[in-house]
Design a protein around this ligand. Structure first.
Ligand SMILES: Cc1cc2nc3c(=O)[nH]c(=O)nc-3n(C[C@H](O)[C@H](O)[C@H](O)COP(=O)(O)OP(=O)(O)OC[C@H]3O[C@@H](n4cnc5c(N)ncnc54)[C@H](O)[C@@H]3O)c2cc1C
Length: 303
């Protein structure tokens, strides 16, 4: 069977993630239109090739052995941002901070929470991303989801949102999304963004290779309201290292690749952090980060 145009073989995937670990993908493509995306998905279906989609890779751990399938990264029209009245129409591959900044410039409010989330619109929908008490579901009007069998439109009510989760499967790709925003003074919205950026600089490390929060904040009375970062810190994990991976000195719930970390190092470090928190507080932490490829993840998921 001939390969679709633009398909690359044996693609190094680590560069597609912010933590920069992981091996090679068998196939890689950057579809830049709905038609190209549909074509690639149809090919994957007929060739029996598994599909994975990567946004900004800011919440993603890729197996050291890579991915025996097709990795897609949305580009071109599928990463565009357009305004229509008080709606912001975004490709699934559009970067969320850019969408927030565009909304601010155009005098639209509601998307401010996205300014510090270094992911794409599609990744944010998949992860039900949030910050500063914002609410993705409240401003998300609809998403266009493309799968190997076709495209359909879903509303937030269809997406099964819960804390950092949606019901989207690995081969269900958010190709486009519409945000319904409200008119506001551009200067007021821009000032809110500046304030959020400053608050974030205070609280989190910058310039490191990380995928942000490693574990979700627990909903367990034994945590006594402490965040995952506080629990890890009090369990002695701040600065703890395994191989090239280390819990950040500035924020214990951030894993940092010190340069030569493997995904196996990251998993081993997460397992150790989780073990310490369980031993000290009886709280079982749940990973927030997503996995692609055959990662031996039992140590970070088992009860
Ligand atoms: C420094 C830092 C700070 C962060 N702060 C926050 C924060 O404040 N709040 C927060 O919620 N998160 C935060 N994150 C985590 C991350 O940015 C979010 O989860 C983001 O939504 C992930 O988007 P992405 O495009 O990078 O997705 P990726 O990491 O590329 O992928 C994550 C998952 O989404 C899927 N996916 C990606 N694109 C699509 C698509 N188009 N359609 C369907 N599925 C898709 C992937 O297959 C994967 O399962 C932070 C991360 C970092 C590194």
């Amino acid at each position: 069977m001939s390969l679709p145009e633009g398909l690359e073989r044996d693609y190094p995937l680590a560069r597609l993630t912010t933590v920069r670990t992981g091996g090679w993908g068998d196939y890689f493509a950057r579809p830049d239109s709905a038609e190209r995306l549909a074509e690639l998905l149809a090919w994957s279906r007929s060739a029996g090739v598994e599909v994975g989609v990567v946004g900004s890779g800011s919440n993603l751990l890729i197996a050291d052995d890579g991915f025996r399938g097709l990795v897609l990264k949305l580009d071109g029209l599928l990463a565009s941002i357009e305004r229509e009245g008080t709606q912001l129409l975004c490709g699934g591959g559009a970067r969320l901070p850019q969408a927030s900044a565009r909304a601010a410039r155009d005098g639209l409010t509601g998307l401010e929470f996205g300014v510090n989330i270094p992911g794409t619109v599609g990744g944010a929908v998949k992860m039900n991303a949030n910050a500063y008490g914002g609410d993705l579901a409240e401003v998300l009007e609809w998403v266009e989801v493309t799968t190997p069998t076709g495209t359909d439109v879903r509303t937030p009510a269809d997406l099964g949102f819960s804390y950092r989760r949606s019901n989207l499967r690995a081969d269900e790709i958010v190709a486009r999304a519409s945000f319904a925003l409200a008119p506001a003074e551009p200067e007021t919205v821009k000032a809110a963004l500046a304030d959020m950026r400053a608050r974030r600089r205070e609280a989190q490390p910058s310039g490191i290779k990380t995928f942000g929060s490693t574990f979700k904040n627990p909903d367990d009375p034994r945590a006594e309201g402490k965040s995952a970062g506080m629990l890890l810190d009090q369990a002695g994990c701040r600065g703890l290292a395994v191989g090239g991976a280390r819990f950040s000195q500035k924020h214990a719930n951030f894993v940092e690749n010190r340069g030569d970390a493997s995904t196996a190092d990251v998993i081993a470090l997460m397992a150790e952090g989780r073990r310490r928190v369980r031993e000290r507080f009886g709280v079982v932490l749940e990973p927030e980060v997503q996995l692609l490829g055959q990662v031996d993840a039992a140590p970070i998921f088992e009860a």
